[in-house]
Design a protein around this ligand. Structure first.
Ligand SMILES: [Zn+2]
Ligand SMILES: [Zn+2]
Ligand SMILES: [Zn+2]
Ligand SMILES: [Zn+2]
Length: 230
């Protein structure tokens, strides 16, 4: 599925105060999700918590609150908000890789093609679901079909339409391993399960693992940012 990308340039554009010299600029904090701007770090941290937005950048802004440039993207982070309401995704059409930091997303996006602008994408999280899945047993809950390998069970899911979670065809589905510090994500449920099981090689027959399943809006809002020019 491909998103209907819309681009929003929120920084360093249509700035009528081009004459401002760097000494007139203040260090401020700007939310990576809603662009809320404030002077105090603790005020930003309580905004991230309250609005369930997961990161904010340090920026230089004029006394009138116009952001001139980013000092450090995703300088402040609120891990409790990862993938809860809004998620950071690669803006390249068809990639849709998820990130916990706008900075890493922008670096990744630039690696697709050197001429790509510095940017990251945002999508709405429609539903976050955590399911418990057996570590050792490959069995379909809906019909009892049992097999030796996960790829075989994956084929069964595909052919029969049975799934261990609710499929939402209007959304882009992503499957996340929350056991990796990078929260690595997968396009396919079976791939995520095979990966997650690698973390639990010593698990017993009855043990389960958690799979985080995200249903995401397919519309990507692209946030461009400008590096600091001295
Ligand atoms: Zn915000
Ligand atoms: Zn990408
Ligand atoms: Zn089945
Ligand atoms: Zn992992």
């Amino acid at each position: 599925m491909e998103g209907n990308n819309q681009t929003v340039t929120l920084r360093n554009e249509a700035d009528s105060e081009n004459g401002a010299n760097p000494t007139d600029l203040n260090v401020m904090f700007q939310c990576d999700f809603c662009q809320f701007l404030c002077e105090e770090e603790c005020e930003m941290l309580s905004h991230l918590k309250q609005d369930v937005h997961s990161s904010a950048s340090s920026v230089y802004a004029t006394s009138k609150g116009k952001v001139r440039c980013v000092i450090e993207l995703s300088f402040l982070q609120c891990p409790d908000a990862f993938f809860k309401k809004v998620a950071i995704v690669c803006p390249k059409i068809g990639c849709f890789k998820l990130f916990t930091s706008a900075r890493y997303c922008a670096n990744h996006f630039a690696n697709h093609r050197p001429e790509n602008v510095n940017a990251y994408g945002l999508v709405d999280v429609e539903v976050t679901e955590n399911i418990l899945y057996p570590v050792k047993i490959n069995v379909c809950d809906e019909c009892g079909y049992e097999t030796n390998t996960m790829p075989q069970l994956g084929r069964h899911y595909y052919v029969s339409g049975h799934q261990p979670y609710a499929l939402r065809p209007e959304c882009v589905m992503r499957y996340i391993c929350a056991y990796c510090s990078t929260y690595c994500d997968f396009h396919k449920f079976n791939r995520a399960v095979i990966h997650i099981r690698e973390h639990f090689k010593k698990a017993g027959p009855g043990d389960t693992v958690k799979v985080m399943i995200l249903s995401l809006s397919e519309d990507i809002k692209i946030i461009k940012f400008q590096p600091y020019e001295s």
